[in-house]
Design a protein around this ligand. Structure first.
Ligand code: DQA
Length: 153
C-alpha cells in the first residue's frame, strides 16, 4: 500500500481542547482517524506524526521520505516562521499539501505570513477538518497525474 505522511506541528496535540471556533471539535486522534478512513478508499495508508518540536518534525520528514508518496502537513504556528521546515518539505521531493483548520488569512496579521506553504502544491485553510479531506483528494489527483499511484479508483 502506498503511504502518505500526515504531520502535525506544535499544540495540535491539544485539539479538542483548543478554541473550537477556530479549530473545531475533533481531537487529533479523531482527526487522524477521519483522514485514515478516507485514505483507505484510495488504498492509501496514513502514517501520522505530531510533535511540538521543530527538529523532530524535520527528522521525521527526513527519515520517512523514502517510504512515502506525499505529505499532508499542518505545521501549526511553525508555518509562520520556520525556514527549516520549509527546507525539509522541499527536500522531501514529494508533493506536499498544507492544511490549516482555521482561516489564518483572516486572523492576526502575523498569521498571514506563511513561510512553509510555498513548499506545498496547495494550501487549504478555514475549513476545519474538511480541509484535510480536500487536501487528501488534491494530493491523490496530483499523484495520479505523476503516475505515482495505480489509477484504478
Ligand atoms: C493552525 C493555525 C496556526 O496559526 C496556529 O498557530 C495553529 C493551528 C490551524 O490549523 O489553523 O496552531 O495551523
Amino acid at each position: 500500500m502506498k503511504k502518505i505522511l500526515l504531520v502535525h506541528g506544535p499544540n495540535l496535540n491539544l485539539l479538542g481542547k483548543r478554541d473550537k471556533n477556530h479549530y473545531g471539535d475533533l481531537t487529533l486522534d479523531k482527526l487522524v482517524e477521519l483522514v485514515r478512513s478516507d485514505a483507505l478508499k484510495y488504498d492509501i495508508e496514513i502514517e501520522s506524526f505530531q510533535s511540538n518540536h521543530e527538529g523532530a518534525l524535520v527528522d521525521f520528514l527526513q527519515e520517512k521520505t523514502k517510504e512515502a508518496v506525499g505529505v499532508i502537513i499542518n505545521p501549526g504556528a511553525l508555518t509562520h516562521y520556520s525556514y527549516a521546515l520549509y527546507d525539509a518539505l522541499v527536500d522531501t521531493g514529494l508533493p506536499c499539501v498544507e492544511v490549516h483548520l482555521s482561516d489564518v488569512e483572516n486572523r492576526e496579521e502575523w498569521r498571514k505570513i506563511l513561510v512553509t506553504a510555498p513548499a506545498c502544491i496547495a494550501k487549504i485553510s478555514g475549513k476545519k477538518e474538511l480541509g484535510y479531506i480536500e487536501g487528501l483528494s488534491l494530493l491523490i489527483e496530483r499523484l495520479e497525474r505523476l503516475n505515482n499511484l495505480d489509477s484504478n479508483f
